[in-house]
Design a protein around this ligand. Structure first.
Ligand SMILES: C[S@@+](CC[C@H](N)C(=O)[O-])C[C@H]1O[C@@H](n2cnc3c(N)ncnc32)[C@H](O)[C@@H]1O
Length: 394
């Protein structure tokens, strides 16, 4: 991910305003504990943060994981503009822009926020969770041009590579979302999908809370699938197979039909699957068909902050950095950054235990808001947002 290493410099030289034609510095914020800094930039119609890590010998100016845009070039350009404008002495850099390597077909890149009031340009939809190299997703899209395929992948370079493939292949029926599939599913309309593919999910044997398959995921999948729509899990892990089967047959699961297959050959083999086939490993499929029509879901949660929630000194006294647990959600204020005498940025994790959100909250004397985007509109996030407001209302 983009970064440069530079010789230490006087950070008071980072003033607000334009850095070249396209980059604008909106504010900077100093970490209360480490003295590392965050620089908020506006570039290419996007707001995001850059981190300045002050190691003893050299400093690192790099992307920020929570706010980074999918288009890695924006971060590279912003870092380059700032370094040039400030005349920083660069010791090491990986911000060269390879136009052909990373050009993205943005019409097919969707953001999680886009799904709030979405119109699908196709009648029939399918989702692929964690498409990796995208071989199966692209194959399905080519074979079924009348259907829209929504690929959700948490790993940014894989998402970027598949966007490039979509452009090369001239496909018009694939969308790519670079996000956690578990959260995106909650944004999808009920009864809207024909298929949900989950092929070779990471088994996470030591951290099961990170698994894609869970009771909550099954419940959401069954809601999103239309009547007779099917969730298809394919795995090489016997443990994951048994775990999923137990989840799918568990108590309280809606009316479904569950089928299992062993060593079924598909028309397309992903790179990942090919490796297991060479090793003659068994492959398991579990198909779960939805046999019920689900209730409509309306996403009308408001994530703005009430007017009286603004910067007050008492917030600093109250902030505790230990995770706070509530019924079904948590709030963990992780770090505090000072922007000015009466303006701060709080980094926090919150929401459901297995799908936490990571965000920044900006507060000054006039207002408070999530920088650079509101949380995903799930009920759990909304309940947590109400609790956060209660906590910051001192
Ligand atoms: C083992 S790979 C399999 C890739 C591909 N399905 C295949 O068959 O080759 C698992 C993929 O799931 C992605 N992934 C893991 N957790 C995810 C999540 N919560 N949401 C979206 N993608 C996820 C990983 O980044 C990785 O690309």
């Amino acid at each position: 991910m983009p970064h440069i290493t530079v010789k230490p410099f006087e950070t008071s030289s980072i003033t607000l305003g334009k850095y070249g034609e396209k980059t604008e510095v909106l504010f900077k914020a100093e970490d209360n504990f480490s003295k590392d800094e965050l620089i908020a930039v506006y570039h290419g119609n996007e707001n995001f943060l850059l981190q300045l890590k002050k190691n003893p010998e050299s400093w690192l100016l790099k992307y920020d994981k929570v706010t980074r845009p999918l288009k890695v070039n924006l971060v590279k350009q912003a870092i380059g503009d700032i370094a040039k404008h400030l005349g920083l002495e660069t010791l090491q850099s990986n911000i060269t822009i390879h136009e052909t390597k990373v050009r993205l077909s943005s019409a097919y890149e969707k953001r999680i926020e886009d799904f709030t009031n979405i119109n699908f340009p196709f009648e029939s939809l399918a989702i692929e969770v964690g498409f990796g190299s995208g071989k199966h997703l692209l194959y399905q899209a080519q074979k079924n041009p009348e259907m829209l395929f929504i690929g959700i992948e948490i790993h940014t370079p894989s998402a970027a590579q598949v966007l490039k493939q979509i452009e090369i292949l001239g496909l018009k029926n694939v969308w790519v979302v670079n996000y956690d599939a578990r959260l995106l599913l909650e944004m999808m309309p009920s009864n809207s999908c024909h298929k949900i593919f989950v092929h070779f999910p990471v088994p996470w044997d030591k951290k099961p809370q990170r698994r894609v398959i869970s009771s909550a995921f099954l419940e959401e999948s069954m809601r999103v699938l239309q009547l007779d729509g099917r969730l298809e899990l394919r795995t090489d892990s016997p443990k994951y197979f048994w775990y999923s089967l137990e989840t799918f047959l568990g108590e309280g699961v809606a009316k479904t039909n569950v089928e299992i297959r062993k060593n079924e050959a598909l028309e397309v083999t992903s790179k990942y699957e090919a490796r297991w086939l060479r090793q003659e490993k068994d492959i398991y499929d579990v198909y779960v068909t939805s046999l019920e029509v689900s209730e409509t879901r309306i996403l009308d949660f408001d994530f703005s902050f009430k007017e009286d929630i603004v910067y007050k000194k008492e917030i600093l006294d109250k902030l505790t950095y230990k995770p706070q647990l509530f019924d079904g959600f948590f709030i963990h204020f992780e770090r505090l950054f000072k922007i000015a005498d009466e303006a701060i940025l709080i980094k926090l994790a919150f929401g459901s235990f297995d799908r936490p959100e990571h965000k920044y909250i900006y507060l000054d004397k006039q207002r408070a808001y999530y920088f650079n985007a509101n949380p995903v509109k799930t009920l759990t996030n909304y309940k947590t947002h109400l609790k956060i407001m209660e906590y910051l209302n001192v």
